[in-house]
Design a protein around this ligand. Structure first.
Ligand code: GUN
Ligand code: ZN
Length: 437
């Protein structure tokens, strides 16, 4: 395969920017380039310097005046909830029982799962998201459909068959034993195939019996390198129900700790209402708290204390995600816009550079995958997004007065969505043209 030289303005992060003027946290090239070969980034930086290293027959694509970044990463999304988005409910538990569980029952049909998987990956690409961490449904067929589609598109995806054996409709329940066996079968079939990663996925403590939590623990012991994902401390009624189901646990976080489910590969969705003790437990184990701003606002779950979690003596690792379909947008731009507003309500600042770090490198670090995705570093996967700050008439008008990179990022985050995504590259291949419009 011949090399491709992508020219444009390029931006990549080295670490989290601590302030808006923390210039050394990122590299920006006004005339930049990314050299891609065999799905990998070979070099990036100043156009002249990168071009000098490119083979003579490299195909050059000029994206000026657009901005080229690493593809967005979404660390918590439910693929069977595409048709749940926008369901009118008062709170999490009503939303789950009224809309979400009945909808997920439909994924027993593999034809349905395959159809929705195609739509899911189309939306990821349309929105510039090149890696997602997904919940499938309880049905093994849903995980098979998801990973088959990821493989077909050669995307780096993390996902798991949900384990849930109580407090849900019959059609959505496995057992401690079948949850274990089927998760194992999914790991054997898909983990490491293409760029697929399988995550061990007990849905949350309410829908897993102690026996199933032990089964999840056994899987974690057998496959210690795999990601683990679940939900934690999203809603006050959820917390109270969990406490009644696990009366011996100190608190909600302790339920997962007792079953060995906390750790540096564990992603806990929401984590809004954690006590200091729980925050310590998260920090000590390196567990990641995944903030889902559009979901938290939509379901009225609460305001994520992002800065408090990071600023403490024992900081908690964090990440940010859409949580479709509790979340209301596939766009990481819309997601960080809502995250910004939540921090405003809490009297905290989230500067544009920090937001863009989270969409890319920050989320890659949360997944312990920054050596593969989230930057423009040589040797990493050529998963990229190309952004147009003047994508709509209203954005173009605002763009007339943009005078700095910070202004541009903030404009894209505040007004942008899939229309601002000019192109999405997956392993070096442009993917937007292949989508149904
Ligand atoms: N807690 C358990 N399952 C879910 C889910 O599907 N969405 C959200 N937002 N919270 C959950
Ligand atoms: Zn979720």
């Amino acid at each position: 395969m011949s090399a491709t030289l992508l020219r444009g303005r390029t931006l990549s992060f080295h670490r989290r920017p601590e302030a808006i003027d923390d210039r050394v946290a990122w590299t920006y090239e006004i005339d930049g380039a990314v050299l891609v070969e065999n799905g990998l980034i070979v070099d990036s930086g100043d156009y002249g310097a990168v071009k000098a290293k490119a083979p003579e027959d490299a195909v050059e694509i000029d994206h000026h005046p657009h901005l080229i970044l690493p593809g967005f990463i979404d660390t918590h999304v439910h693929f069977p909830q595409m048709q749940v988005i926008g369901s009118y409910a008062a709170n999490l538990l009503e939303w789950l029982n009224t809309y979400t569980f009945p909808e997920e029952c439909r994924f027993v049909e593999s034809a349905h799962a395959s159809r929705i998987a195609v739509h899911f990956f189309d939306e990821m690409i349309r929105h510039g998201t090149t890696t997602a961490v997904a919940y499938c449904s309880v049905h093994k067929a849903s995980a098979d459909a998801f990973f088959a589609e990821a493989l077909r598109r050669d995307m780096r995806m993390v996902a798991g068959k949900v384990m849930m054996d109580r407090n849900a409709p019959q059609g959505l329940l496995d057992t401690a034993e079948t949850g274990y066996d089927e998760t194992r079968a999914v790991i054997e079939a898909w983990h490491g195939k293409g760029r697929n990663h399988v995550a061990i996925t007990p849905r949350f403590a309410i829908t897993s019996t102690p026996a199933q939590m032990s089964a999840a623990e056994a899987l974690v012991r057998e496959f210690p390198d795999l990601h683990v994902q679940s939900h934690l401390s999203e809603n006050r009624d959820e917390i109270a129900f969990t406490a009644s189901l696990y009366p011996d646990a100190i608190d909600y976080t302790d339920v997962y700790a007792r079953y060995g489910l906390l750790g540096p590969k564990t992603l806990m969705g929401h984590c809004i209402h954690l006590s200091e003790r729980e925050r310590d437990a998260m920090s000590e184990t390196g567990t990641v708290a995944v903030h889902c701003p559009t979901s938290n606002l939509f379901l009225g779950s609460g305001l994520f204390p992002w800065k408090d979690l990071m600023r403490r003596e024992k900081p908690v690792r964090v990440s940010v995600a859409t949580d479709i379909g509790g979340g209301s947008s596939y766009s990481m731009l819309r997601t960080l816009d809502e995250a910004y507003k939540i921090q405003q309500l809490l009297g905290e600042r989230l500067n544009p550079f920090e937001s863009w770090y989270w969409m890319t490198r920050g989320n890659a670090e949360a997944l312990s995958l920054a050596d593969r995705i989230g930057t423009l570093d040589a040797g990493t996967d050529a998963d990229l997004v190309v952004l147009d700050m003047a994508a709509t008439p209203a954005m173009a008008l605002k763009a007339e007065v943009v005078s700095s990179l910070s202004d541009e990022l903030f404009l894209l985050q505040t007004m942008g969505d899939d229309r601002a995504v000019a192109e999405t590259y997956v392993a070096g291949r442009p993917m937007k043209a292949g989508l149904a419009t």
